[in-house]
Ligand binder design. Structure first.
Ligand code: C2E
Ligand code: MG
Ligand code: MG
Ligand code: MG
Length: 276
């Protein structure tokens, strides 16, 4: 016991904590196995322009766990980040996305579809990142501008110089960038203008209460104005109702993704939705 161990010993383990640690250790080793067994799959959520229809798709990873079923990224990405397992997982998602782009590019009506892939800090920081992505883009003959990488403010702020350099290298290979969850991080307008971005993505937390919270409405209007004046596309995420969409359209943002149009879907369901 802690007391027996001496006055200055802090007994920081209780049974709940112990079981959390056990779970965490189990999760980590299961994740490793999952990487070896390729248990990850990608779901796809359409990005819609109210004038033109579906123009892009966001790739969202899921863990097809043999017992627990589909595990959401929120439950395993943080651990994958900490352990570095995000590298093989992220590679697999990028590979799948590029393969999918290749298939779409061969279908007459879907040749213009773009795909957005989330990139985490650990992946982006990796010195081999640019080479990995450009190798994939070349191998799958991805057309320029069809692959969009979603980065977050915190990731870019870690080292702005380095981020800008990496982004420019990738841009030379035809890769585009979107700033995900925009508005939730520590944005500085000074660095924002230096980043070679194509798109700002309004975080869904602002969209959620836009009709009842005047501050959220003001933030959304500001992001749209900012995007317009910097020459960036703006898309809103987490649009669940027609009223939310109507607010966005009335304020000059015609692109959105969210449950209103479709949840993220397995590829077969997406194909049915889009009538491939
Ligand atoms: P995110 O990139 O911001 O993705 C949007 C999340 O919002 C997705 O959750 C999506 O399913 C969810 N969403 C879409 N429409 C709606 C809506 O109308 N209402 C609500 N409430 N939610 C909506 P998901 O798929 O669980 O992914 C969560 C996060 O995990 C992502 O946030 C992203 O940060 C991360 N993630 C997902 N896939 C990957 C990946 O392949 N690599 C990395 N590094 N991170 C990933
Ligand atoms: Mg995203
Ligand atoms: Mg987001
Ligand atoms: Mg998010």
């Amino acid at each position: 016991q802690a007391k027996a161990a001496g006055r200055n010993t802090i007994r920081f383990f209780n049974p709940q904590m112990e079981s959390m640690v056990t779970m965490r250790v189990a999760m980590e080793s299961e994740l490793r196995t999952a990487v070896d067994r390729k248990e990850f799959t990608v779901h796809y959520q359409p990005q819609v322009d109210t004038h033109k229809g579906v123009y892009g798709i966001e790739a969202l990873v899921r863990w097809q766990h043999p017992q627990r079923g589909l595990v959401s990224p929120a439950d395993f990405i943080p651990i994958a980040e900490e352990t570095g397992l995000i590298l093989p997982i992220g590679d697999a998602v990028l590979e799948t996305a590029c393969q999918q782009l290749r298939e779409w590019s061969e279908l007459p009506c879907y040749g213009d579809l773009s795909i957005s892939v989330n990139v985490s800090a650990h992946q982006f920081r990796n010195p081999a990142f640019v080479d990995r992505v450009s190798a994939l883009v070349n191998r799958h003959a991805v057309k320029p501008d069809r692959l969009k990488l979603e980065l977050t403010e915190s990731l870019l702020l870690e080292n702005v110089e380095e981020a800008v350099a990496k982004m420019n290298q990738l841009k030379a290979h035809g890769v585009d960038f979107s700033l995900d969850d925009f508005g939730t991080g520590y944005s500085s307008l000074a660095y924002l203008k230096r980043l070679p971005l194509e798109q700002l993505k309004i975080d869904r937390s602002f969209v959620h209460d836009v009709l009842t919270d005047a501050n959220d409405a003001a933030i959304i209007r500001t992001i749209i104005a900012l995007g317009n004046s910097l020459g960036l596309d703006v898309i809103a995420e987490g649009v669940e109702t027609e009223a939310q969409r109507d607010f966005l359209v009335a304020n000059g943002c015609s692109c959105y993704q969210g449950y209103l149009y479709s949840r993220p879907l397995a590829i077969e369901q997406l194909s049915m939705l889009l009538q491939f």
